[in-house]
Design a protein around this ligand. Structure first.
Ligand SMILES: O=C(O)CCC(=O)C(=O)O
Length: 276
């Protein structure tokens, strides 16, 4: 039933074998607790990160309100040295600010040259590399990126979906993640994978580790953010656009009839197990 709230199962001390054999094939979200992440869980305080994480510039989202919206783009991109970003994101009111004294900050780390390089915290934040262990629950060649996420208390990231599979490793702080099943896609006005939005209930530091579920050749090779749809899906969407433009050659009455037939055809074919 659409709209039903289902708690995500929380599992303690899952091993690689359990994950790969029993859990991963179900393709459903899980909270994994008690995984060994290394010393980051106790070390990554505001004081430590701002002293030991480096002073390199990072590009950040800055918003006057807590709910960042990607459609209306109610935020701006700014640059701060990493140590300053950590300090500012941890405080509620700022002496130095871009927009307002209670502005919110969000870091989604990027590769050295975002057009060419993927984000990998181990490369862009080498001073912190030794502090964190990633769960090695996928093959090395499937690794795509590891993304540092640092957010001000209260900040809400817009609803989106990720093309790659990922572990959201919440090292410190508390977040609420609301996920929508792909079956609820019709009610979200879009069709997609697992839509989700994320609210940082307090200041916190997280790292996403993304990996490729599909064979490498299914993904767009130029995609450094990992947010482009698999190439077959993009091609199919382009073909659908062409089909709709072609229908537009007909008068409205016919266009409407044939468009409805196409929708029924898609429902009949695409949602069934006997996809051709
Ligand atoms: O933790 C965050 O700030 C965002 C995480 C997220 O969107 C994700 O895991 O896909």
């Amino acid at each position: 039933m659409a709209g039903a709230r289902i708690p995500v199962p929380r599992l303690q001390g899952v091993t690689e074998a359990q994950f790969l054999h029993d859990l991963y094939p179900q393709r459903k979200p899980l909270v994994l607790e008690g995984i060994d992440l290394g010393p980051c869980t106790s070390k990554w305080t505001v004081e430590y990160l701002s002293r030991a994480g480096g002073k390199q510039d990072v590009k950040i989202h800055v918003a006057a309100v807590a709910q960042m919206d990607f459609i209306s783009k109610n935020f701006v991109y700014r640059t701060l040295p990493f140590d300053k970003l950590v300090q500012r994101a941890a405080e509620e009111k700022h002496k130095e600010f871009f927009i307002s004294e209670d502005e919110k900050y969000y870091l989604r780390s990027l590769g050295e040259d975002p057009r060419k390089d993927v984000a990998d915290i181990r490369k862009q934040f080498p001073l912190l590399e030794g502090d964190i262990k990633f769960p090695n629950f996928f093959q090395k060649e499937q690794f795509f990126s590891s993304v540092f996420r640092i957010s001000s208390p209260g900040l809400q990231l817009w609803t989106h979906y990720d093309v790659m599979d990922n572990f959201l490793i919440q090292v410190t702080g508390k977040k609420r993640v609301v996920l929508f099943s792909p079956r609820d896609a019709p009610y979200l006005y879009l069709s997609a994978l697992w839509f989700h939005n994320v609210i940082s209930e307090e200041f916190g530091v997280g790292v996403n580790v993304f990996w490729k579920h599909l064979p490498s050749e299914c993904y767009d090779k130029t995609d450094t953010y990992g947010n482009k749809d698999p190439t077959a899906a993009s091609r199919a969407a382009q073909i659908l656009d062409r089909a709709l433009k072609t229908l537009a050659e007909l008068p409205e009455e016919y266009r409407d009839f044939y468009a409805r037939r196409m929708v029924l055809h898609i429902q009949d074919k695409a949602y069934s197990k006997n996809f051709e």
